[in-house]
Design a protein around this ligand. Structure first.
Ligand code: NAD
Ligand code: FE2
Length: 405
């Protein structure tokens, strides 16, 4: 009874939340697309008269030479820049503070982020810190960057998070072992470049995991109760691109067409979820990331089939619609059958990528805390199709325990 009343109250709250989000004045980034578009973005940035820029990236990308042409273009255009490469996967509060210190020391007035979701998210919070003087953890939650963010130009090198077109930045607090999502319209980049040439060196396992993150965004946005026709169109296109191109990008990293289409998929899925929200897959994946440092895409890929099994009874028509759009499911089959085929397809794709059904680092002692934290994260902001009770959440997370022995 209590659960029924709580669910009814949450549904009313989420409906109001959804109506409010629909009215928000999203300012989408100007998008440059195609091989070499990252250099167009740099020229656009220079045309906007930014004369001193902080380049935020990670040490791996810098060493691989992924930024070489971008840095050379900045030199050619006479844009002074300093590189901060201290971001690691699942960036921490300390890394953001370190980046901000470099920004201040060099008086930078704009930021160019080149990397996966980690450098882009870190850049957002560095830029927010420059405008809002407060501890990084205080940006967590809704609309906490009142004074805005420095102009941010984003070049994603994974396809992936869609961070280049979302109002989200996720930071890890290693002391409390929590991942804290910050959500604010100000965290939207000014412009972004989807440049497949920077992605050819992404190893197959990261290509697979980050691609599954993009698929998770599309699926969670589509089954969200706050989905609208605008977000549906993006989510459907993103999902069909993932089913068409992800396996190709994993099999041959230098397949530029597959890489470019995956970059597009990730971008579209980002636009969809930044408006319609995500769901329990992300709520659980964030706990895995915080506790065990699990890469974000991998955590989503493992959690997604389990969460969809649970949600199926409340969203089979939506899953079936997405599946049919992606050419999945037999003709004449019922919605439930097609939705089941969709989940099976995700499991099969995971299996081909070597992504397990369980998380090897998950400990039985942590299951309850993970389930509770996931419920808490989702409660007021994720318009999930079916709400989890505590007991069901624990059962769901326990399904991801590695086989004993
Ligand atoms: N802001 C958002 O909307 C949003 C959405 C989803 C996830 N996230 C966050 O983004 C982070 C994850 O980002 P991610 O999955 O893109 O991975 P990442 O940025 O953490 O990068 C993963 C690894 O891939 C390497 N790499 C990246 N691009 C490469 C390339 N082109 N060639 C070779 N190696 C490359 C990096 O060096 C790193 O070692 C998490 O913190 C997650 O919570 C943010
Ligand atoms: Fe994600």
């Amino acid at each position: 009874m209590l659960h029924t009343l709580e669910v009814a109250a949450l549904r009313i709250w989420m409906r109001m939340f959804g109506m409010t989000t629909a009215l928000l004045p999203f300012r989408w980034p100007r998008a440059f697309e195609g091989s070499g578009s990252s250099l167009e973005l740099v020229r656009f940035m220079a045309a906007n008269r930014h004369r001193r820029v902080l380049v935020v990236t990670d040490a791996v990308l810098l060493k691989l030479g992924v930024l070489d042409r971008i840095l050379a273009e900045l030199d050619t255009l006479g844009v002074a820049h300093v590189v901060f490469d201290g971001v690691e996967p699942n960036p921490t509060v300390a890394q953001i503070e370190a980046g901000h210190a470099v920004l201040q020391a060099h008086g930078c007035e704009a930021i160019l982020a080149v990397g996966g979701g980690s450098p882009i998210d870190a850049a957002k919070l560095i830029g927010a810190l420059a405008r809002n003087r407060k501890p990084v953890a205080k940006f967590a939650g809704l609309f906490r960057a009142w004074r805005g963010m420095l102009p941010l130009y984003a070049v994603p090198t994974t396809a992936g998070t869609g961070s280049e077109c979302t109002i989200v930045a996720v930071v890890t607090d290693p002391v409390q072992r929590r991942k804290l999502p910050a959500v604010d319209l100000a965290l939207m980049p000014t412009a972004a470049a989807l440049d497949a040439t920077l992605m050819t060196g992404l190893p197959p396992h990261i290509t697979a995991a980050t691609g599954m993150d993009a698929l998770t965004h599309a699926v969670e946005a589509f089954v969200s109760r706050n989905a609208r026709s605008k977000t549906d169109a993006k989510a459907l296109e993103a999902a069909s691109l993932v089913f068409r191109y992800l396996e190709r990008a994993v099999a041959d990293g230098s397949d530029l067409e597959a890489r470019q289409q995956m970059a597009r998929a990730s971008h579209l899925a980002g636009i969809a979820f930044t408006q319609a929200g995500v769901g329990y897959v992300h709520a659980i994946a964030h706990q895995f990331g915080a506790l065990y440092h699990t890469p974000h895409g991998l955590a989503n890929a493992i959690a997604m089939p389990h969460v969809l099994d649970f949600s199926l009874s409340h969203c089979s028509h939506r899953l079936a619609r997405m599946a049919r759009h992606c050419g999945i499911g037999a003709e004449g089959a019922s919605d439930r059958e097609v939705a089941l085929a969709f989940i099976a397809r995700i499991r099969a794709m995971n299996a081909r990528f070597g992504i397990p059904q369980t998380l090897s680092s998950l400990r039985p002692d942590d299951v309850a805390a993970i389930a509770d934290a996931a419920i808490a994260e989702a409660r007021f902001t994720y318009a999930v199709p079916r709400y989890l009770r505590r007991s069901a959440a624990r059962e769901l997370v326990a399904k991801m325990l590695p086989p004993a022995g």
